[in-house]
Every structure is written in structure tokens, then in C-alpha cells.
Design a protein around this ligand. Structure first.
Ligand SMILES: [Zn+2]
Ligand SMILES: [Zn+2]
Length: 248
């Protein structure tokens, strides 16, 4: 028994159990992860939606449990015990900032988890920064890393296409300007030899057609963005494509 009258089913995942034990339900990035949305945060901390009148069950002292509480008021939870997708997105916005909001939003759009009503609700219940992110958001990002790269490049005025079809190569993660291909590999990486061979063949085909390919992994995009950005801008500049690649 988690707390009086609340029982964990055999299959309940750990964060879910933790949130209920804490006195609320999953919220914010924890709920997003539970819903299958892409979240940047890889820490194990549980974010708990306490509603407005929640009561904390975990003792604060002597050993704080590490849960992050959210106290926003809202309608009843859905059948999974999690807040709705728009609410989760708004919690991420206030807790983690607009960048993570954008990434989760594109993930929700991609999976068709955000209804037109939900979109409208977000529009009226967030701020201008979030509305700017919503204008930039698309539904075809294949991974959170793609979303993140597009978001972080937005200030440079570059033309960035996701999931672009490149003649002689096939579908690429991102095409910047006319000639620069960016491939981002998720956490299930391309370490094994056959994958590496495929990537090399693909890059050679791209080069034969006049494209340059840059590859980045999760750690680089998330933790070493300065280097990734410098590589992208440097490649554009070296190709003399910097000017031609701009949107205007
Ligand atoms: Zn707790
Ligand atoms: Zn949070």
C-alpha cells in the first residue's frame, strides 16, 4: 500500500509509485516521460503534481526524498493518474524553461498527442516565449535531438529542414542551407561495425553529390553545444555557403 486507500498495481513503474507515495501524481518531465514524450532531463528525480491542495506524504526531514513538487491547480487527472498533455507541457515550461518545453511540444505534435483544443489552451495559458516556440514547432521531428538542434540554431537565420529528402542519399535528419547534412544519433548509438559502415557509405554518397555531412551524438548536442554550433557554422563558412544558406 502506497498510502491509505491507494494501491500500486504489479506493473506500476517506479516514478509513478514514488509520486503517489509523495502525495500527488506524476507531473512535468516525469509525466512526459511516462506519456512517451521526449525529455531532455536524464536525472531520476520524480516531478510530482500536488494540485493546489495536495498533501505531502514524504517527510521533508531528516531525509528529503528529492521529488520536485508542482502546485498548479487544474482539472481532474486522466485515467493514468497523470495530468493532461497541455498541462504537462506547461509544467515543463515553468520548471525547465522554454527549450525543454519546445522539445517536448514537438514530440507531442509528432505523436499527435496534442489536440487543437489543447494547443489553444496552451496558447492562452502560457507566455509570449512559449507562443514563439509554438510558432516554430512542427510535427515532423524524428527525435528530440533534431528538435533541440533546430531550436538552438534558430537565432542564426539559417534555413533548416528536418527529415529532408536528399537526392542520392535518402532521408537525412537535418539539412542546413542547400549542402550541409546533419545527422544526430540518439542514445542507442551507432557503435557497431555494420552501422558504422552504413554511415560511412552514406556520407560518401552525400559527398559524391556535393554534400557535407556532420554527425553528432546525444552527449555532444546536449552537453557540448558550443562545439556543435561552431562545427555547423564553420562548415557553412568554409563552404562559402554561409550567405547562401540564410533564409532571406
Ligand atoms: Zn517524494
Ligand atoms: Zn518539474
Amino acid at each position: 500500500m502506497l498510502r491509505r486507500g491507494v494501491y500500486a498495481s504489479a506493473g506500476a513503474c517506479l516514478p509513478l509509485t514514488e509520486a503517489v507515495a509523495h502525495g500527488g501524481v506524476l507531473g512535468c518531465v516525469s509525466a512526459a516521460r511516462h506519456l512517451g514524450l521526449w525529455v531532455l532531463d536524464d536525472s531520476a528525480d520524480v516531478h510530482v503534481w500536488m494540485h493546489r491542495n495536495g498533501r505531502r506524504h514524504h517527510p521533508r526531514l531528516p531525509s528529503p526524498c528529492g521529488c520536485t513538487e508542482h502546485w498548479d491547480d487544474g482539472p481532474p487527472v486522466d485515467s493514468f493518474g497523470t495530468p493532461s498533455v497541455p498541462r504537462v507541457l506547461r509544467q515543463i515550461l515553468s520548471c525547465r524553461g522554454v527549450e525543454e518545453f519546445f522539445v517536448a511540444l514537438e514530440s507531442a505534435l509528432r505523436q499527435r498527442l496534442l489536440t487543437a483544443e489543447g494547443h489553444q489552451w496552451l496558447h492562452t495559458h502560457t507566455n509570449e516565449a512559449a507562443r514563439a516556440a509554438m510558432r516554430l514547432a512542427r510535427s515532423d521531428a524524428d527525435s528530440g535531438l533534431e528538435s533541440l538542434v533546430r531550436w538552438r540554431l534558430r537565432g542564426h537565420g539559417l534555413r533548416v529542414c528536418t527529415q529532408a529528402e536528399v537526392f542520392g542519399v535518402g532521408r537525412v535528419d537535418l539539412l542546413v542551407g542547400d549542402r550541409l547534412i546533419i545527422e544526430v544519433d540518439g542514445r542507442d548509438n551507432h557503435d557497431d561495425t555494420s552501422h558504422r559502415h552504413k554511415d560511412l557509405v552514406r556520407d560518401a554518397h552525400a559527398a559524391a553529390w556535393g554534400y557535407r555531412t556532420l554527425r553528432f551524438d546525444y552527449a555532444m548536442v546536449v552537453h557540448d553545444w558550443d562545439l556543435v554550433e561552431a562545427a555547423i557554422l564553420g562548415a557553412l563558412w568554409a563552404d562559402g555557403a554561409g550567405v547562401a544558406s540564410r533564409t532571406e
